[in-house]
Design a protein around this ligand. Structure first.
Ligand code: F6P
Length: 374
């Protein structure tokens, strides 16, 4: 029977616990032995008490809890070969031959690297006397890796949605609704920065959901009407906001993705936008950075569901894994659970960053979501 380690890595996201619960319980049902690896890859490198067998009751109540109970980290040690050697040692000592990693693209790339180095790491552990040939025997040939995408940013290609993104979107919308009520009372403008790194999904969805006046996205730097405004996005934004005021709006709401840029790839900062609104439109303006409040809290129903069904598929993917099948990433596409070669997804994700760096914004938007590119 398979011994399956499950870990959460990178920034936490709501629904990661549901994923751990699902993997653990389906593994048990399918006659496997699940292990929790605490504090992400740090736990794998550290070993000892950081790697613990999971029983049915250990994940009781996990569906409703935000963050990740088994902990997460952005492990610097795992990025070194020495760290990965330690990780391989600890896995083999525990007999773990499969790893389900729930994290973002960096975390999943790390998992794939471990898989590709696996045989070499095992050989080194035997050659240096740290492990006996017998200990390595049945684990040496092949390490099974399966990726689940846990990230509030929804920035991974080959899946429509990532675990935690919808919960964060809800939290952002709640905060924006609160800001709107106070803004309306004073007829103020609010400039709100939301997370998402270099992905505008959270910002765009929130802007649509609350009816914001303007949104800044990394994939689509302003002005939107370049033929008319040249590089002068300030004028374009102000015209739109003043039109909305003329239509009777008592509040102006501008949302900025933290990674937003202009046509020259220069960061667009909330304080600058505030100064533009004040000087050009005379609006009484406040800046709010939502910060980590948008990452915490109980998962919404969708994230519980998504993480649970993807956890089931992750265990099934472990069971059908063979050395010649590339490590899969479990996704959700058009309401169906999918398995895509993990490195294809990572490479496609990196293409977006490349397109932005090359100022090919049309391509960046197309790669993210063709429906939104117009
Ligand atoms: O990737 C998730 C995320 O919340 C991003 O949206 C944000 O840029 C980053 O992590 C913040 O990281 P940290 O929690 O390390 O400050």
């Amino acid at each position: 029977s398979k011994k399956i380690g499950v870990l959460t890595s990178g920034g936490d996201s709501s629904g990661m616990n549901a994923a751990v619960r699902s993997v653990a319980r389906i593994a048990l049902q399918r006659g496997c032995v699940p292990f929790a690896i605490h504090e992400g890859y740090e736990g794998l490198v550290e070993g000892g008490d950081m790697i613990r067998k999971l029983g049915w009751g250990d994940v009781r109540g996990f569906l409703t809890i935000g963050g990740t109970v088994i902990g997460t980290a952005r492990s610097a040690r795992f990025r070194t070969r020495e760290g990965r050697l330690m990780a391989a040692y600890n896995m083999i000592k525990n007999g773990i031959d499969a790893l389900v990693v729930c994290g973002g693209d960096g975390s999943l790339t790390g998992a794939n690297l471990l898989r590709s180095e696996w045989k070499g790491l095992c050989d080194e552990l035997v050659d240096t006397g740290k492990l006996t040939t017998l200990e390595c025997e049945h684990l040496r040939e092949h390490l099974t890796i399966v990726g689940l995408v846990g990230s509030i940013d929804n920035d991974m290609s080959c899946t429509d949605i990532t675990i935690g993104a919808v919960t964060s979107l809800h939290r952002i919308c709640e905060a924006l609704d609160s800001l709107t009520s106070t803004a309306q009372s004073h007829q103020r403008a609010f400039v709100v920065e939301v997370m998402g790194r270099h992905c505008g999904w959270l910002a765009l969805m929130a802007a649509i959901s609350v009816g914001a006046d303007w949104v800044f996205l990394p994939e689509r730097p302003p002005p939107i009407d370049a033929a008319r405004y040249g590089e002068n996005w300030e004028e374009e934004m102000c015209e739109r906001l003043s039109q909305n005021r003329k239509l009777g709006c008592r509040v102006s709401l501008v949302i900025i993705c933290e990674g937003a840029i202009d046509q020259n790839l220069k960061a667009i900062k909330p304080d600058y936008v505030k100064s533009v609104l004040e000087s050009r439109l005379g609006l009484d303006t406040r800046v709010t950075t939502l910060g980590h409040i948008q990452r915490g809290g109980a998962p919404c129903a969708y994230d519980r569901y998504l993480a649970t069904v993807q956890g089931v598929e992750a265990v099934e993917a472990v069971l059908r894994s063979t050395p010649d099948i590339p490590a899969p990433m479990i996704g959700m596409n058009e309401n169906k659970i999918t398995a895509t070669p993990l490195m294809d997804a990572v490479q496609k994700t990196q293409e977006v960053a490349k397109a932005i760096a090359e100022k090919d914004f049309k391509r960046a938007m197309d790669l993210r979501d063709p429906e939104f590119s117009s």
